[in-house]
Design a protein around this ligand. Structure first.
Ligand SMILES: C[S@@+](CC[C@H](N)C(=O)[O-])C[C@H]1O[C@@H](n2cnc3c(N)ncnc32)[C@H](O)[C@@H]1O
Length: 477
């Protein structure tokens, strides 16, 4: 068995990128002395920890936290006495103001060398999330037979979400601060019903038994709920038809108590992978729920991608819109690149002459085309293509654009895309980023290869209790 090298009593300094922390320490060993340590695991700045070395590279060491020896002075019990598992994140024990400081510092640090390229650069104050707790509009709970894979404890019937780094461990709680009171109540009703039915939770190791997932979706601005109850309909019992009918009757019965429930599906699920949505059967009312962000109404079906924090999404999209003078763009063609749900495009369509939204994944396109129709948006074009290919063809055809909005995925923007983006010479580019590290790399390229200057940078907090941070940047020619 491999013997790991353990570093003891290391003080965690800061968050450097998504779920990676940083520390340095003095060592007698010249190979370790003052080298950058990147840490994975549940740590908080100021905690004293023991670390296992995973890889000792030339310039840095990758480590994993084994033990927290001393908790950080910034760590405080959540005001409602929440146990961290109940929130799915240890960040719940960092007061929200401290969470914001950690995130703002991460953006500041990532963009540090950009400041040497543009001396007058100032990063605006971070915009907090309108809600700190119970903001999620979608949650998936799993039924699980074991408390722990290793322990292989069989008798337990648990329902909860899988935790980061401990996928096989499903604990059992009756409510979570991630969702609102109504969603918690509905979750508890379904959980209690499942337990009282005496049918077993699905066994992910042997692929048998019955209950699998509870997936809830919530439209906050219209006060609607969707339930997807996932069960293994191939469960080998003579009474399976009766059990499915009982589950259906039960779910429909709770709509009398919670009038907000507008859509219920059974997911008939004998798929071996741990996925909640399989063969969907609508058993109650509408196929979708409706949500409203700013002035746009969206249909959300079981598979639709939708920003998980609706309140935050409104803040972010308003911030993007605030970057421009709306009256100035009425004759503009706007390119909405990496369009995702096409939301940004739909918002800009109200003010621009034309919006072209480009997105690689076609899965949700039907939904969003329907949404554009529903909102009577007629000046949008949807292109399902890689941005790098789209730009190449678009430029070859000498098509013009007057404003670019870019919201690339966390990992990267294709290296061929950036030079083409600069060719349009639009007065402004609005860059929305969910990764300060790649943002910094791209801004570096833009500042070195064009006459664009950054006119504003604003971090927007997306998910309290997690290290996610969104940044809105306006570039001006
Ligand atoms: C950060 S999300 C954009 C979110 C979007 N602005 C919204 O508000 O819904 C990034 C999007 O880029 C898409 N994507 C990733 N690589 C792409 C590529 N090469 N070309 C086009 N779209 C891509 C992903 O599918 C994802 O929807």
């Amino acid at each position: 068995m491999k013997k790991w090298t353990i570093l003891e009593n290391i003080k965690v300094e800061k968050l450097v990128f998504w779920w990676k922390w940083f520390a340095r320490f003095k060592s007698e060993n010249p190979d370790l002395d003052w080298k950058a340590l990147f840490i994975t695991g549940w740590v908080i700045p100021g905690s004293i920890v023991n670390l296992k070395i995973l890889k000792n590279r030339k310039d840095y060491i990758e480590t994993q936290c084994m033990e927290v020896v001393k908790v950080s002075p910034i760590e405080k019990k959540h005001p409602d006495n929440i146990y961290w598992d109940q929130a799915g994140s240890k960040w719940v024990n960092i007061p929200y103001e401290e969470q914001l400081k950690i995130k703002a510092a991460q953006v500041e640090e990532s963009l540090f060398h950009i400041k040497t390229l543009q001396k007058d650069l100032k990063i605006n104050d971070i915009i907090p999330s309108p809600l700190v707790d119970w903001y999620r509009n979608k949650i998936e709970f799993s039924f699980w037979k074991y408390i722990s894979e290793k322990e292989h404890k069989q008798e337990h019937f648990n329902v909860w979400f899988h935790k980061q780094w401990e996928f096989s461990k499903v604990e059992d709680f009756d409510w979570t601060i991630l969702i609102d009171d109504l969603m918690n109540k509905i979750y508890k009703e379904i959980k209690d019903y499942s337990k009282s039915s005496w049918l077993p939770a699905y066994d992910q190791f042997n692929h048998q038994w019955f209950f699998r997932h509870i997936l809830l979706r919530r439209a906050f601005f219209t006060d609607q709920v969707m339930i997807i109850f996932s069960i293994n309909h191939k469960f080998n019992t003579a009474n399976i038809g009766i059990e499915l009918q009982k589950a259906t009757d039960f779910l429909i019965s709770i709509t009398k108590k919670y009038s907000q429930i507008k859509s219920i599906y059974l997911s008939l699920n004998d798929n071996k992978s741990d996925t909640a949505i399989w063969e969907l059967k609508l058993i109650y009312w509408e196929k979708f729920i409706e949500e409203k962000l700013l002035w746009i109404t969206f249909n959300i079906s079981p598979k639709s991608f939708f920003q998980t924090n609706s309140f935050w999404a409104e803040k972010l999209y308003s911030e993007v819109l605030n970057q421009i003078d709306k009256s100035e763009i009425k004759n503009f063609t706007v390119l909405d690149l990496y369009a995702g749900t096409w939301t940004i495009g739909m918002i800009f369509a109200k003010y621009a002459k034309k919006v072209i939204s480009v997105e690689l994944v076609s899965d949700a396109s039907k939904d969003w085309e329907e949404n554009a129709r529903k909102n009577e948006i007629k000046n949008m074009e949807f292109v399902c293509e890689k941005v790098e290919d789209f730009l190449k063809n678009y430029i070859e055809k000498w098509e013009k654009a007057d404003l670019l909005i870019i919201d690339p995925p966390r990992a990267w923007m294709h290296p061929n895309a950036l030079p083409n983006i600069l060719k349009f010479q639009t007065k402004n580019i609005i860059y929305v980023s969910c990764n300060p590290a790649t943002l910094s790399r791209d801004l570096d390229y833009i500042l070195r290869n064009s006459t664009y200057k950054i006119s504003s940078i604003t971090p927007v907090d997306m998910f309290p209790h997690t290290p996610h941070i969104e940044t809105v940047v306006k570039l001006e020619l």
